[in-house]
Design a protein around this ligand. Structure first.
Ligand code: FHN
Length: 431
């Protein structure tokens, strides 16, 4: 007993010290590079809420009583779930990783856990560890697996109520932050020890408590980095990267934009890898009525624009309750895959290019190769901050036809005709 208390105290001291001075390990820095190289990930919002066909916030938006909601898992049997089929579709599209909701705000765990019975194995007739099957399929196909993990919880009565959870009240007397914190850390430990290398933990829900609440994140982050130093940590808290975090996240907007209202405070410098998550339609979790899908061309342009902003695109799909991906999503994945097979070299393994985003499009670069992505049909002059004598060649990606250019010691000017294609790519090779 004394020994285990001593071990626990030693661990706490270690985590507190690590939390105070986070220095990413070499493995972590390499993982950041690999993450940036991948450029494209698939986000999966899936849980028992998919049965109600009204998005992942349905418990909140319909003010469903927690006990009533807790009856849902007994009816969850996604008979058509096939992790390999999913992962092959993601890989064919060109995605390098998948981020899945291991536990969303409804508190339901989609993985095998001993920390609660409100999980896929204990509470559903399906009894299969969905995350485990996905982990195996990802390992087979060489796709990295990332876990979304909600800080907010609408199910547990020990969770301290915040602004978005107070509409689903529980007896305040049952609130027990230390217990809830231990629960989360226990689950995070499971996620980081049961499924092999984890690419990232992607937190969400911190905003439930606007300010003055201590989430004890540094210690939680230290636990994660202690279990898997290369595992990247992102937190969708809608502000700048905090100590211990590795990724800067944006929601429904590319870095530098803020149409959705979540992205005014993030850091768009190149200090940390950037990632934008985006819905294909309007909802994250499956919605039976939301058919407002962005076109494949629009999604490809989002991917290109993200790359030009030095950011990854995390494109969301909300699987159906039967375990299948919506047909609209599958169609778009196919179209994106056709594009990435042909043009992938202009975005994968690249970094943001010579110029910030322009009205005509964006630039990417890898080593001595630069790419201009012209996203509007037009003929225009483009001036690049490159000495003319450093340029070996400038050609159109598709036709390989040369592009004429002039220039001097500080700049190179080219005249480009962009057609109506999704993205007219010009390749600049430097000497
Ligand atoms: O509340 C969540 C929402 O359900 C979804 O998971 C998105 C994904 O970025 N994040 C939260 C809103 O910021």
């Amino acid at each position: 007993m004394k020994k285990s208390l001593f071990t626990a105290l030693a661990m706490l001291t270690f985590l507190t010290a690590s939390a105070q001075s986070y220095q990413p390990t070499d493995d972590n820095l390499q993982a950041r590079q690999a993450f940036q190289d991948a450029k494209f990930g698939i986000f999966i919002h899936w849980g028992v809420y998919s049965m109600l066909g009204d998005g992942e916030w349905v418990q909140h938006s319909k003010r469903i009583n927690r006990d009533e909601y807790a009856l849902l898992p007994a009816g969850f049997y996604p008979s058509r779930f096939d992790a390999r089929q999913w992962v092959r579709a993601f890989k064919e599209a060109g995605a390098g990783y998948v981020t899945i909701t291991s536990r969303h705000h409804d508190g339901f765990s989609m993985f095998r856990t001993d920390a609660t019975d409100f999980d896929i194995v204990d509470a559903t007739p399906f009894r299969r560890d969905i995350i485990g099957e996905l982990a195996e399929a990802c390992a087979e196909e060489g796709i990295k697996l990332h876990f979304y993990y909600s800080h907010m919880d609408w199910h547990r009565t020990d969770y301290p109520l915040g602004s978005a959870s107070k509409d689903l009240p529980h007896d305040e007397a049952s609130t027990d932050w230390p217990q809830y914190y231990r629960f989360m850390n226990r689950q995070l430990t499971e996620l980081l020890t049961q499924y092999g290398p984890v690419g990232a933990i992607w937190f969400d829900g911190e905003w439930d408590h606007k300010s003055g609440f201590d989430w004890q994140l540094p210690e939680q982050y230290a636990l994660i980095h202690q279990l898997q130093p290369a595992c990247l940590i992102g937190n969708n808290h809608h502000h700048a990267v905090a100590p211990g975090e590795d990724i800067q996240i944006f929601e429904q907007d590319l870095p530098g934009e803020n149409t959705a209202g979540f992205s005014g405070e993030q850091d768009i410098s190149r200090q940390n890898p950037l990632e934008t998550c985006l819905t294909m339609n309007n909802t994250w979790g499956y919605s039976i009525t939301d058919k407002n899908y962005k076109s494949a061309d629009e999604l490809i342009r989002k991917l290109v624009r993200s790359a030009g902003m030095n950011a990854n695109l995390l494109l969301n799909i909300g699987p159906r309750p039967d375990g299948q991906l919506p047909v609209e999503a599958v169609e778009r994945l196919k179209a994106i895959g056709e594009w990435t097979k042909r043009y992938g070299e202009s975005i994968f393994h690249t970094r943001g290019g010579l110029l910030p985003p322009q009205p005509w499009g964006v630039t990417t670069q890898r080593g001595k190769t630069h790419y201009l992505h012209i996203l509007h049909a037009d003929t225009r002059e483009i001036v690049l901050p490159l000495a003319k004598r450093s340029v070996k060649s400038i050609t159109y990606f598709d036709s390989k036809a040369p592009v004429a250019f002039t220039g001097n010691k500080t700049q190179t000017t080219l005249s480009v005709s962009a057609d109506n294609s999704i993205d007219t790519i010009v390749v600049i090779e430097l000497k």
